[in-house]
Design a binder for this molecule. Structure first.
Ligand code: KIV
Length: 289
């Protein structure tokens, strides 16, 4: 039996919250939107490590262990090479580091498309081995039977429409979607199909704003935008993008920090100390006789 999601309470570093908070639930997130109205927008950020989860948890409703970790953590050219084992390891770390947010883990490319049965086998592994509350998968109408299959068997699902990065080889790049009438209509029908199949929320990525608004009005479940519209029912960003970790980020990303500069400056000061032999030693408190 796997125990990867057990909380390590042995060190204060692993368990810094003195009073664990009550964790939000999938039905609570779904209920944020009632009768087409979302009074309190859903706050979602990506998280890939336990420490990152600890820092983000209290401020978020949902932590997404995104397969964007392929590029952000592993330096891969796209999310296509990301494996289920990677998602299990990072998903378990994020669950260990959080008490409050709903943790959702992305199903990586190749782990769900072949059949609803394949999706169930791999999604159930994610739930068992990470302790996450649900999964996210990309694709619209074609994936609706799979979403229904998972939800009916106890696995909550977030859908993902518009720009779907796992399909980069078909799309030919990461450009915004929905610019032609046909593309726009397809995005709306994709979202409706996922909603009808039981997705508890839908990520809308990289679409022109009127389409994001149309989708948000057309579906009963909450929409979560990324490069979509402020009128979505919630927003998600890749945390490293929002922190200014990379020079090149999509145009829609709002940066709240310039963390790359801070890290680089700290490393420079450290290197100067080491090279000038100014690095402090451990104070000697024990005097050998
Ligand atoms: O993988 C990811 O981080 C995502 C978000 C950008 C929505 O899917």
């Amino acid at each position: 039996m796997s125990s990867t999601f057990q909380l390590d309470t042995a060190t204060s570093r692993a368990n810094p919250t003195p009073t664990p908070m009550k964790r939000l639930t999938v039905p609570a997130i779904r209920k944020r939107k009632e009768g087409g109205v979302t009074a309190e927008p859903i706050v979602m950020l990506t998280a890939y490590t336990a420490r990152q989860a600890q820092l983000l948890d209290a401020h978020c409703d949902v932590l997404l262990v995104g397969d964007s970790l392929g590029q952000v953590i592993y330096g891969l050219p796209s999310s296509v090479p990301v494996t289920l084992d990677m998602m299990v390891a990072h998903g378990a770390a994020v669950v260990r580091g959080s008490y409050h947010s709903v943790v959702i883990v992305d199903m990586p490319f190749g782990s769900y498309e072949a059949s609803p049965q394949q999706a169930f086998e791999n999604a159930s592994r994610l739930l068992k081995e990470t302790g996450c509350a649900g999964v996210k998968l990309e694709g619209g109408e074609a994936m609706a039977p799979t979403v229904e299959f998972l939800v009916k068997r106890g696995i909550p699902v977030i859908g993902h429409v518009g720009l779907t990065p796992q399909a980069v080889n078909v799309l030919g790049g990461y450009n915004a979607r929905g610019r032609s009438d046909a593309e726009a209509a397809k995005i709306v029908s994709d979202a409706k199909a996922l909603d009808a199949a039981g997705a508890f929320a839908i990520v809308i990525e990289g679409v022109v704003e009127p389409i994001a608004i149309d989708v948000t009005k057309a579906v009963a479940c909450p929409t979560i935008g990324i490069g979509a519209s402020a009128q979505c029912d919630g927003q998600v960003l890749v945390t490293e993008d929002m922190l200014g970790m990379f020079e090149r980020v999509p145009r829609f990303v709002r940066r709240y920090e310039e963390i790359a500069d801070t890290i680089s400056a700290a490393a420079e000061r450290y290197a100067t100390d080491v090279r000038s032999r100014a690095f402090p030693g451990v104070e000697q408190t024990y005097q050998p006789k």
